[in-house]
Design a protein around this ligand. Structure first.
Ligand SMILES: Nc1ncnc2c1ncn2[C@@H]1O[C@H](COP(=O)(O)OP(=O)(O)O)[C@@H](O)[C@H]1O
Ligand code: SF4
Ligand SMILES: [Mg+2]
Length: 343
């Protein structure tokens, strides 16, 4: 599928017009080999990501939402080249990186970092914090002494106590461990951080502290984020724009205010109708849209609009023709993949 990356109405940083976006992703696809059955035959490939396109400007945060299994993590891992895409283009600061070899990728790697969901399982339990945070710097050729000094600085920046530099991950709480993960991601002064559900594994009381920290760091350091989450309230708070994924594809993307105020895709409407409202009276009045059944397997996606088996608005055309992402609200830089967008 060919879709044009969405236009962005304004850049937070006020950069020169005509500057290429920090990141431009076009038709990104990841097909994992199908599982082998008991007879040894391989099943159909799993198209975990199927033609994803978007752009991200410097200083901007794009929220990526959707049910478990829709391809958010796979997309994030391709962006930082932990996974090589099956096809498609990733232009970072104007340069194509989708198929660079590990050696050719090295100078770019320091600008593209990732924060993972479960801080404890993503930190090596046998390494000290000093080692964990310094590691990306040692790979970049820093001396051990300089890397250690930088690790102590990063601990301070992320609200940790630098004197704890020789401790091990199990000596920290979940929130502190995620601060270590964030400090490690910032060691090489990246421009883009892909945060894959960075607060989902934390207690609610700690989530706000980590989100605050990430917002402060973005503003102080001029970072850009791709922020992956299934909690739509968190995404609303941190994002400038939001992309909603369903079965490997973006079904709606746009400015967060516009998207949250008037969702156009039936799937976005259903997701948002499940977010609790702060006002109890409004909560009682509002209509919940229940999704029918579970998401289908990406190994055998339904034909036409892959959302049609769960969509209350589905018509005959939805079963046969795949809707492309296109502008749904005139004058708004919002794209929706639906034959019948809106109410
Ligand atoms: N290494 C892999 N091999 C085969 N299938 C995978 C692999 N990683 C993910 N998948 C499949 O790809 C789909 C998308 O997974 P993922 O990107 O983890 O989704 P999300 O992060 O939105 O929950 C799922 O169906 C998952 O089972
Ligand atoms: S294209 Fe049809 S089935 Fe798909 S979301 Fe729109 S109305 Fe529903
Ligand atoms: Mg995931």
């Amino acid at each position: 599928m060919t879709t044009a990356p969405a236009d962005i109405p304004e850049a937070r940083t006020g950069e020169e017009p005509g500057t290429p976006p920090l990141l431009a992703v076009t038709d990104l696809t990841m097909a994992f080999p199908g599982r082998r059955s008991a007879t040894g035959r391989r099943g159909a490939p799993v198209k975990a990501v199927d033609g994803v396109s978007f752009t991200l400007r410097s200083g901007e945060t794009l929220g990526l939402v959707g049910e478990s299994g829709c391809g958010k993590s796979t997309t994030g891992r391709m962006l930082v080249r932990l996974l090589e895409p099956t096809s498609g283009s990733i232009r970072f600061e104007g340069q194509e990186i989708a198929r660079l070899s590990p050696g050719a990728m090295r100078p770019h790697r320091r600008h593209l970092q990732m924060v993972f969901q479960d801080p404890h399982s993503s930190l090596n339990p046998r390494q000290t914090v000093a080692r964990i945070i310094s590691d990306p710097l040692l790979v970049q050729g820093w001396s051990a002494a300089d890397a250690r000094a930088r690790a102590a600085e990063l601990m301070e920046l992320t609200g940790l106590i630098p004197e704890h530099i020789n401790r091990y991950p199990h000596e920290f709480s979940g929130g502190q461990a995620q601060r270590i993960g964030i400090a490690r991601s910032l060691a090489t002064s990246p421009r883009l951080v892909v945060a894959d559900e960075p607060v989902s594994a934390l207690d609610v009381s700690v989530q706000a502290q980590i989100v605050n920290l990430m917002e402060r760091l973005r503003d102080e350091l001029g970072l850009s984020y791709v922020f992956i989450a299934h909690d739509l309230s968190v995404v609303k708070r941190v994002s400038d724009r939001v992309a909603v994924m369903y079965l490997g594809r973006i079904v709606e993307i746009g400015d967060k205010h516009a998207l949250y105020d008037s969702p156009q895709h039936p799937y976005t409407r259903a997701l948002l109708s499940a977010v609790p409202l702060p006002d109890p009276a409004a909560e009682r009045r509002r209509e919940r849209i229940t999704l029918l059944g579970d998401p289908p397997s990406p190994a055998s996606p339904p034909p036409g609009c892959s959302f049609h088996p769960r969509c209350a608005k589905a018509q005959e055309v939805c079963r046969t023709e795949r809707p492309l992402l296109r502008i749904a609200v005139p004058g708004e830089a919002r794209e929706v993949a639906c034959h019948f967008p809106g109410d």
